[in-house]
Design a protein around this ligand. Structure first.
Ligand code: TMP
Length: 240
């Protein structure tokens, strides 16, 4: 499988067409942004870690019956994925208060919820990805009721599996963001990535942050945190 032409460059990945119209190649970069691109930087080694961690998670999720875009890891930073039309929603699941939830509702970080929450943001950089509810998304024709229901069901299934998986490697899964896509037959699959860029991971004992918040909040030790979470994920996945 070879890259033909670059069809898209995002903040953290490039996407290329291939000789198979159903498949794309994504290439993960070390570039990092936060606050809708206002803060820019580089996290050395991030591209390789996010590629490999996301692929490992998608493979594990496939084993749980969750359909994903993952096809084949080509190299450290490159992966073949199914071409989808992305549903323009960021789907956020939270287990513990943090980030924009804590800020919006004026609560401290670290409160463990009795039930996980779900929220949707409209993927639109000019508007700063505003929070939106299911009926707004349907009104905007971003997705149908059936699609939203399927996305919700899959997102909670992803959470159930990942919470248990990370708990087994001494990590609390605080929250994460998912993106879904449509295949030509209309079915919904998990797309984009599952990585320390898109999840909050706290060490279960020390509560040390092992994710992109170290970059967002200038906490230092960014590369070490990415390496540590990857080390734990590969250890666990390798021992199955
Ligand atoms: P938030 O608390 O800032 O809303 O973030 C919730 C989760 O979503 C957190 O795990 C980080 C992730 N996230 C992204 O993947 N991309 C984004 O652009 C933002 C703002 C958050």
């Amino acid at each position: 499988m070879k890259k033909l032409e670059q069809i898209y460059e995002g903040k953290a990945k490039k996407v290329f067409s291939t000789d198979d119209p159903r498949l794309l190649i994504v290439e993960y970069k070390d570039d990092a942004t936060a606050f809708n691109g206002l803060k820019k930087g580089t996290i050395s080694g991030k591209g390789a870690i996010n590629n490999q961690m996301s692929n490992r998670m998608m493979q594990l999720l496939e084993e749980q019956g969750i359909p994903t875009h993952f096809v084949e890891e080509l190299s450290e930073r490159e992966t073949v994925v199914k071409r989808v039309s992305i549903v323009p929603l960021e789907v956020i699941i939270r287990n513990i208060s943090a980030g924009s939830f804590a800020k919006r509702y004026g609560v401290e970080e670290g409160i463990v919820f009795d039930e996980p929450t779900i929220e949707f943001s409209y993927k639109n950089d000019e508007l700063g990805d505003p929070l939106i509810n299911d009926r707004h998304a349907i009104a905007m024709k971003l997705a149908t009721r059936e699609e939203i229901d399927r996305i919700t069901e899959l997102a909670f299934e992803v959470n159930s599996f990942m919470r248990g998986f990370f708990s087994g490697i001494g990590v609390d899964l605080v929250d994460f963001k998912l993106e879904f896509g449509r295949l030509p037959d209309g079915s919904i699959i998990l797309a984009d990535e599952v990585s320390p860029d898109t999840c909050r991971f706290w060490d279960s004992v020390t509560h040390e942050k092992l994710d992109k918040d170290r970059f967002r909040r200038d906490l230092g030790g960014v590369e070490d945190a990415y390496r540590e979470i990857m080390r734990r994920v590969s250890g666990k996945a390798g021992n199955r």
